[in-house]
Design a protein around this ligand. Structure first.
Ligand SMILES: N[C@@H](CCC(=O)N[C@@H](CS)C(=O)NCC(=O)O)C(=O)O
Length: 354
């Protein structure tokens, strides 16, 4: 809304308010706008600095994850692979947690690795367990149980070791590597999402996709200056254009086989038209309007087990309802209808999935 279109909409209702309180009537619109803008902008920056630390030019800087142990069979490693020992804590709206669910589903690890779901609490400003877990109500309490005095972010996903009661790892990029090597307990052990011969290519895509796309959408949404937003939005769409071009001749990012690079891209693409396009102002184009990215998203969505990990309602509710500084009214949009994700994708013509 521009300043010139401002009209105190509640003016008629003010007639029942004692005259001393008719602030809206006594102050000229210009003053109300200036005052409102000043108060809101100051509050907005204060709140944004809590949810989204920024650098000097107003660009969002994502804090790094702090629990970085690996599950493995090496001597001396206390975290040995085992069925029933580890638990994944996830929020259904979170794209980083979603990656771990996709890998767990593709590798058919649901009997070996359990899942606990947390939901965001707008009042507490963090995740809370749907049912108490390890005696904790909030994820912040849980992080403190794992590491007393912990003051970092209490993020999902978390890979929890029930045996030693410690957080093994809270970095999704590493958890998905660990899970894809859990073959002994997987019902789909032959699927290799990180094959040796493709590692270099997967890592190359990963780096590009993390900065400009996975984190790029957040950098757009959390930018605190116009310049920072312009720059990251350009970078995001330049990368999406580049990926779209690559997908013209390659069924998946690294050929005819699905890899961790696709998993990482998928969870951001799934949320793009639903939340990032509107709430994060990533609106130069929708994914479904891309010539190759749209069908590619449908292709991945239709792989057995993937759609079950996608929770449209949580994505809408959590992004629009909980990121207060970006959507103060917390109105959750009715759309989009995502049944198009089930339409034929036609990607077989590029190559058959291996
Ligand atoms: N680097 C982490 C990032 C995870 C992350 O930022 N998760 C968000 C939800 S989408 C979160 O839990 N945020 C809570 C907070 O920052 O307090 C990963 O990839 O695992």
């Amino acid at each position: 809304m521009s300043e010139s279109t401002f009209s105190p909409a509640g003016e008629q209702n003010l007639t029942n308010i004692p005259s001393k309180r008719k602030l809206g009537k006594s102050l000229p619109p210009k003053v109300i706008i200036k005052l409102g803008k000043f108060i809101w902008t100051t509050l907005w920056h204060m709140m944004m600095s809590k949810i989204a630390p920024r650098n000097q030019s107003g660009e969002y800087i994502r804090p790094s994850s702090q629990f970085r142990n690996f599950i493995g069979t090496q001597e001396g490693n206390p975290y040995k692979p085992a069925a029933g020992r580890y638990n994944l804590i996830v929020g259904m709206s979170c794209p980083w947690a979603h990656r771990t669910l996709v890998v767990r589903s593709l590798k058919e690890l649901s009997e070996a690795i359990s899942v606990t779901i947390v939901s965001p609490s707008p009042l507490e400003g963090g995740w809370v367990f749907n049912q108490q877990y390890e005696g904790c109500r909030t994820l912040a309490e849980f992080y403190n149980l794992a590491e007393p005095g912990y003051t970092g972010r209490s993020t999902v996903p978390v890979l929890w070791d029930k045996q030693t009661r410690t957080i093994v790892n809270n970095e999704s990029a590493e958890i998905i590597v660990m899970l894809s090597e859990f073959n002994e307990f997987a019902k789909n052990p032959t699927l290799n999402l990180y094959p040796e011969e493709l590692k270099e290519k997967i890592d190359w895509w990963n780096e590009k996709i993390y900065n400009s796309v996975n984190n790029g959408v957040y950098r757009c949404g959390f930018a605190q200056t116009q310049e920072a937003y312009n720059q990251v939005c350009d970078e995001l769409f330049a990368t999406l254009d580049e990926i779209d071009a690559a997908l013209a001749t390659s069924r998946y990012l690294c050929g005819n086989t699905v890899t961790l690079a696709d998993v990482r891209l998928f969870t951001t693409l799934f949320r793009f038209d639903i939340a990032y396009h509107g709430l994060f102002k990533c609106n130069r184009r929708r994914i479904q309007d891309y010539h190759n990215l749209g069908p590619y998203l449908r292709d991945l969505y239709q792989i057995k087990g993937v759609a079950d990990t996608c929770d449209l309602e949580s994505v809408k509710k959590d992004y629009y309802g909980n990121l207060f500084p970006l959507n103060p009214g917390s109105i959750i949009p009715l759309g989009p209808d995502i049944t198009y994700l089930l339409e034929p994708h036609g990607r077989e013509r590029i190559g058959s999935r291996e």
